[in-house]
Design a protein around this ligand. Structure first.
Ligand code: FMN
Length: 190
């Protein structure tokens, strides 16, 4: 069994999937179960998900709903596309956003979908987040109602090649402050 550290470190964006190797139903269920257990503001659980496995629907989404410049053409080979939705008609969420200016449903969905990405990694699957798409087109293809936002997609499948190389990250000193903004954190200490 992999440790959480190993899973976090193994996860990377996979943009090429094994053809004709669907994601087993038990794995799909396990991935959504990981999402279901995610925290959410006021436990409002605003997220809803659509699991798209029909190859022609995924292909249609890929051809018509991606945006130019980064058209995410590789998506057409993915055996599973998770469409991350958020219900906007949950009162606690709407009041919270009005008071603080923070759209909690976006945070909630991000956490739930990253739970999915990590669970998928544990199961030997690859994932890639997709944010560069037309929400309106996805809405129309999948009959998603107006009061439901579609902030993100997650492509899932067995990686086609060896793991893609690791993307660089900023060092901890650049992103972590101590006690106040701008103070460097004593990383050498215990
Ligand atoms: C909210 C979000 C949206 C993203 N949208 C896309 C996308 O539309 N197309 C794509 O190829 N990658 C997309 N990515 C993947 C990022 O490019 C990737 O996570 C980043 O380059 C770091 O690489 P890694 O995931 O392999 O560590 C997205 C990631 C996030 C979190």
């Amino acid at each position: 069994m992999k440790t959480l550290d190993q899973i976090i470190s193994a996860r990377r964006s996979v943009r090429a999937f094994k053809k004709d190797r669907p994601v087993p139903a038990g794995h799909i269920r396990a991935i959504f179960e990981a999402a279901r257990l995610a925290p959410s503001a006021c436990n409002s659980q605003t997220w809803r998900f659509i699991a798209v496995t029909a190859a022609d629907t995924i292909d249609r989404i890929c051809r018509t709903a991606m945006r130019p410049v980064i058209p995410n053409k590789w998506l057409s080979q993915a055996p599973l596309l998770v469409v991350g939705c958020a219900k906007l008609d949950i009162v606690a969420n709407r009041i919270g956003a009005r008071v603080t200016g923070t759209e909690y449903y976006q945070i909630d969905l991000g956490i739930a979908m990253e739970h999915m990405a990590l669970k998928a990694t544990e199961l030997g699957l690859g994932t890639c987040w997709i944010g560069w798409f037309s929400e309106e087109k996805i809405r129309s293809i999948l009959d998603i109602p107006r009061r439901v936002k579609v902030p993100a997609l997650l492509a899932v499948g067995y990686p086609a090649d060896d793991a893609p190389s690791k993307r660089s990250r900023k060092p901890l000193e650049k992103i972590l402050f101590s006690e106040k903004w701008g103070n460097s954190f004593p990383l050498d200490g215990e």
